[in-house]
Design a protein. Structure first.
Length: 62
């Protein structure tokens, strides 16, 4: 059995991580584009996980 973390909790965690990272690089703005790219990847992975979960639920409903 896989433990599923609600998507809203995952997004909130990603936002906290983003805010924390932004604070850490306040003095190094050249790093921000890389952080934004990583954030986009993480959000995409969360969205894919949610999509995968929906498909699993639909398959179980059959």
């Amino acid at each position: 059995m896989t433990l599923r973390i609600p998507l809203s909790d995952q997004i909130a965690e990603a936002e906290r991580n983003r805010d924390q990272a932004a604070e850490m690089v306040k003095d190094k703005p050249e790093i921000l584009p890389r952080l934004h790219a990583r954030e986009a990847i993480v959000i995409s992975l969360y969205a894919y996980q949610a999509f995968e979960h929906e498909i699993e639920q639909m398959e179980r409903a059959r």
